[in-house]
Design a protein around this ligand. Structure first.
Ligand SMILES: [Zn+2]
Length: 359
């Protein structure tokens, strides 16, 4: 029979140490996951020697039920860092990767190749940062008693004086407590019918038709891992309000996509082409406002799609926030905004940044 840790909350570090020592486990400083999320600073994280964070460890609370935290020590070598990244992905496979049941509306299960791509990303430096954040969510859910775990395995491990990995202990399903908790909302990775990738605050989705080789309009080469990092930048681990807005997209490319492109040998993107569907998004909504605000916004190009064989793209007059979109001709519709992407660290070239220790 499976149980969940029924006592939410956290213990004082002293109590944790005492519990561990009593079991003969190495006394070490264990840190709980941060109580709340903060927006990922990917550029800063990539400057650090390691990205996966502390090793996840389990320990018994005073009542014998398991809790999860992280050891404070950095990894001794690349192999340990790799093991931490692998454990984060193992946790994601159980809790976050949607393959069969539990499909959200309009969601599709991830195919094997898509899961392999996510794994490659999780093992990369940038992916390690994002999946560390996803894992911290899992630690918080577990310590709140929201995740189902194998109580028999936990008892056997305690009797043997060792602890299993968290990814071995949990089933990936919510416990009974978790199913009724308002705040139990695991992040989800799933597929949709389409091309590329998309994000919402609590999900990243991959298109069943894979990635394009080149971005539309600009023709720049696509780096799928950098696109994944871009999408994570739109989630609750980055800035969930940034998607589909000119400034938000420009910042997402600068903060979360370009650093990965450069590490992977792709040139940084200097322009982001935002496709606007006038049928769904009124053009006024994507304008940051008129007057002075409009003068400083990062949009410097307006492009219309003009009907014909083939469909052509041409410059459009700039529309006004309070008026209907203008078009060069009757058969043309404003569809694309060219958004300038600035390097967030002025004067520092993306190219000079350090490369991965694992590559
Ligand atoms: Zn975006």
């Amino acid at each position: 029979m499976r149980h969940s840790p029924y006592q939410p909350g956290w213990l004082l570090p002293v109590a944790i140490l005492a519990t561990l020592t009593a079991q003969g486990l190495p006394a070490a400083e264990i840190e709980p996951p941060p109580p709340t999320r903060t927006q990922v600073d990917l550029i800063g994280e990539l400057e650090r020697p390691w990205q996966a964070g502390g090793e996840i460890v389990l320990f018994a609370a005073a009542d014998g039920t398991p809790r999860a935290g992280r050891l404070a020590q950095p990894p001794a070598h690349a192999g340990e860092e790799r093991a931490r990244r692998a454990e984060h992905f193992a946790l994601a496979r159980k809790v976050n990767v949607v393959t069969g049941a539990r499909l959200p509306p309009q969601g599709l299960p991830l195919e094997t190749e898509q899961i392999e791509l996510l794994e490659r990303f999780a093992m990369s430096d940038a992916g390690a940062v994002w999946f560390r954040e996803v894992a911290d969510d899992t630690l918080r859910l577990f310590n709140q008693g929201y995740l189902e775990y194998d109580a028999a395995l936990w008892q056997r491990a305690l009797a043997a004086g060792e602890t299993p990995r968290l990814s071995e202990l949990i089933s990936g399903l919510l416990s009974e407590t978790g199913q009724f908790a308002q705040d139990a909302a695991p992040f989800r990775l799933f597929a949709y019918d389409g091309t590329g990738a998309m994000a919402a605050a609590a999900s990243v989705r991959l298109g069943t038709r894979g990635f394009r080789c080149r971005f539309p309009v600009s023709g720049e080469l696509v780096d799928p891992l950098a696109v994944l990092s871009h999408e994570f930048g739109h989630t609750r681990y980055g800035d969930p309000r940034s998607a589909g807005q000119p400034l938000g997209e420009a910042l997402t490319v600068a903060r979360y996509e370009n650093p990965v492109r450069v590490r992977n040998g792709f040139p940084p993107r200097g322009v982001y082409y935002l496709r606007v569907d006038p049928g769904r998004v009124p053009i006024a909504r994507v304008l940051p406002g008129g007057g002075a605000a409009a003068a400083s916004h990062p949009v410097w190009g307006w492009y219309c799609e003009c009907q014909g064989e083939p469909v052509t793209l041409r410059s459009c007059p700039e529309p006004h926030a309070d008026g209907p979109p203008l078009a060069a001709e009757e058969t043309c519709v404003l569809r694309w905004l060219a958004v300038r992407v600035d390097d967030p660290q002025h004067g520092v070239s993306f190219r000079r940044r350090r490369r991965s220790r694992l590559s």
